[in-house]
Design a protein around this ligand. Structure first.
Ligand code: GLU
Length: 473
């Protein structure tokens, strides 16, 4: 594709895939099969608006891969939605799940609507109708395809989806597992809401704790004191900013679609969020400076830049002006392949989306397992662990004649709650994936960037399954 042709997100994903495929040994047929979207369901349905007018809604569900079942991926509400975008996002889900060893194929859904232009009642009608269209074609179910939140959707929409599904499939014992990201009262798991942001934090922290990587970039080890710029104050951006701030980093700028704000002293995401709720904008936040354009925030001097909104925000045009040392792709596809080339030359480390933002789907996996097992995490072992820890501590204190502080006692005694297990499972997943990708990258000096290393990891994992199935001798 020449630079003149319109941007295709799916083509960008294919380009990154091809760049990495060269570093693998797989048959071209296997690689073709992995790249292709297996099923593209394009839907149109009418809804009656509150004013009585009829509107036709454009919607999609794409199942990129069934090498593992079910397929998994969010549902996006945005007026930018189109088939190309949903195909790209579904592909990324396959690679993402493979990298973090979550046993799902990739999928994605999208509805071409701006949720801010609809009433709650209209959004409910649209979500329920979309769900019933998926049910009709067998495009949803705990063993088939399991949606989740994405840009423009959240717990509320997932609640409507599970309720619609259950009303159409009465008596299906595992039906709560038809969608993840649900409210806890409807079978959700504690920790899912903040999971993507927390995963971004764990992934970047792991990179920042790698001495050789930090020394190579002339940066001190650790996240403490690092300056951060976050683009997007939705669920992902908000929680990413929160976890960095809580661990001693300084969030010096935040950007939303109406503009961006800067403060050298650091911003508190919750205060900015409340200010936006009150005034309708992040601009004019007390103590901060307004930036002329929201995209100006991307070009600020900082240690870590976190694009946490939409795709294609850092491209051939603005990549040369990026001054961050590390880019953490919290969104899907924020940097184009052309931007990657520029980062390699400028020695900017881009930590790629398809594993960095995998925290969401990782905890979705935990939620799905919870739904299939019909029991809350920690329910069986919490009291047992607490009794055992109390006993061990009493023995140690008896033998040593010394007593630990009350604070230490509470910490040692504590048996795991659901959220403790979810956080530790996520931390382990993100740390292991970071190390695995870094090892692939550093094992071959020809691999130009971390994204390519991540794709190599994903391709190897998916191709191994096809090869072991014997489909491709
Ligand atoms: N929409 C999120 C993503 O892009 C989460 C998907 C899921 O949990 O299935 O990774």
């Amino acid at each position: 594709m020449s630079a003149q042709q319109p941007y295709s997100f799916f083509h960008s994903v294919e380009q990154s895939f091809d760049k990495a495929a060269k570093f693998t040994k797989w048959d071209p047929g296997i690689l073709e099969q992995i790249k292709a979207c297996n099923a593209v369901y394009q839907i149109r349905f009418p809804i009656k608006r509150d004013d009585g007018s009829i509107e036709v809604i454009e919607a999609y569900r794409v199942q990129h891969s069934q090498h593992k079942s079910p397929c998994k991926g969010g549902i996006r509400f945005s007026d930018e939605v189109n088939q190309d975008e949903v195909m790209a996002l579904a592909s990324l889900m396959t690679y993402k799940c493979a990298i973090v060893n979550v046993p799902f194929g990739g999928a994605k859904g999208g509805l071409k609507i701006n949720p801010r232009s609809y009433s709650t009642y209209e959004l409910e009608k649209i979500t329920r109708r979309y769900t019933s269209e998926l049910v009709k074609k067998n495009f949803i179910g705990p063993g088939i395809d399991v949606p989740a939140p994405d840009y423009g959707t959240g717990e509320r929409e997932m609640a409507w989806i599970v309720d619609t599904y259950q009303s159409l499939k009465p008596g299906e014992i595992d039906s709560a597992g038809c969608v993840t990201g649900k409210p806890v009262s409807l079978g959700g798991v504690r920790g899912r809401k903040e999971a993507t942001g927390l995963g971004v934090f764990y992934g970047i922290r792991e990179v920042c704790n790698m001495h050789e990587v930090m020394h190579g970039m002339g940066l001190p080890v650790g996240v403490e004191g690092k300056t951060i710029v976050v683009q997007g104050l939705g669920n992902v951006g908000y929680h990413t900013a929160k976890f960095f701030r809580e661990h001693g980093s300084k969030v010096i700028a935040l950007a939303e679609y109406e503009g961006a704000i800067y403060s050298a002293d650091g911003l508190n995401e919750e205060e900015v969020f409340q200010h936006r709720k009150k005034t309708g904008s992040i601009l004019n936040f007390p103590g901060a400076t307004n930036l002329a354009k929201n995209t100006d925030a991307l070009e600020l001097e900082c240690d870590i830049l976190i694009p946490a909104a939409l795709e294609n925000v850092i491209n051939a045009e603005n990549a040369p002006r990026i001054k961050a040392k590390i880019i953490g792709e919290a969104a899907n596809g924020p940097c184009t392949p052309e931007a990657d080339e520029i980062f390699t030359k400028k020695r900017i480390l881009c930590v790629p989306d398809m594993y960095l933002n995998a925290g969401g789907v990782t905890v979705s996996y935990f939620e799905w397992l919870k739904n299939l097992s019909h029991v809350r995490y920690g329910r069986l072992e919490k009291r047992f662990t607490e009794n055992l820890n109390t006993h061990i501590l009493a023995q140690i204190e008896g033998l040593t004649g010394k007593q630990v502080s009350d604070q230490e006692r509470a910490f040692i005694k504590h048996g795991p709650d659901e959220v403790d297990l979810v956080y530790s499972g996520l931390e382990e997943t993100m740390s292991a994936a970071t190390r695995e990708i870094m090892d692939i990258w550093h094992s071959n000096p020809e691999i130009p960037d971390m994204r390519t290393a991540a794709y190599v990891s994903a391709i190897n994992k998916v191709a191994t399954i096809y090869a072991e199935l014997g489909i491709f001798p």
